[in-house]
Design a protein. Structure first.
Length: 145
């Protein structure tokens, strides 16, 4: 009887832990990138044309990330584009909640732009993420020698 009780307890504990893991919200593409930028930091984005950016569109918990291009002038996003499957670019033009000016870039991610429909838009520079830092080397465990 004791073995059955223990087995049932362990089984219910396993089911409970599995249910908790499944209730964690999945990270969307923007959140995954934002975490990486937060962990490592990013190099400064200088003026120029970048054809290796990601343009993220978010609405609620949903996000879509697309390859794109951005023009930076005076360390601010001047314009940005989505890469189409035929290799051409289409400029991102939306009706914004407020005037789009001084779109600054902090830690490799542009300031969030908000559309009239409350869609959140960011430009990210993944190639500017700083390299992964070396991990700490663990010390040896003590021995009886």
């Amino acid at each position: 009887m004791k073995k059955i009780s223990t087995l049932l307890f362990l089984l219910s504990l396993g089911i409970s832990l599995n249910a908790q893991e499944n209730t964690k919200p999945d990270l969307n593409c923007y959140n995954k990138w934002a975490l990486k930028f937060e962990e490592r930091g990013a190099e400064e984005i200088t003026d120029g044309s970048y054809t290796d950016v990601i343009v993220s569109f978010r609405l609620g918990a949903n996000a879509e990330c697309f390859q794109g291009k951005a023009i930076v002038k005076d360390k601010k996003v001047e314009s940005f584009y989505i890469l189409l499957e035929d290799g051409t670019y289409e400029q991102v033009i939306r009706v914004w909640k407020s005037e789009v000016k001084d779109v600054t870039i902090t830690n490799g991610i542009s300031k969030t732009l908000i559309t009239k429909d409350n869609q959140l838009v960011n430009v990210l520079w993944p190639k500017k993420i700083k390299p992964k830092k070396a991990a700490f080397k663990k010390a040896a465990e003590p021995t009886d020698d």
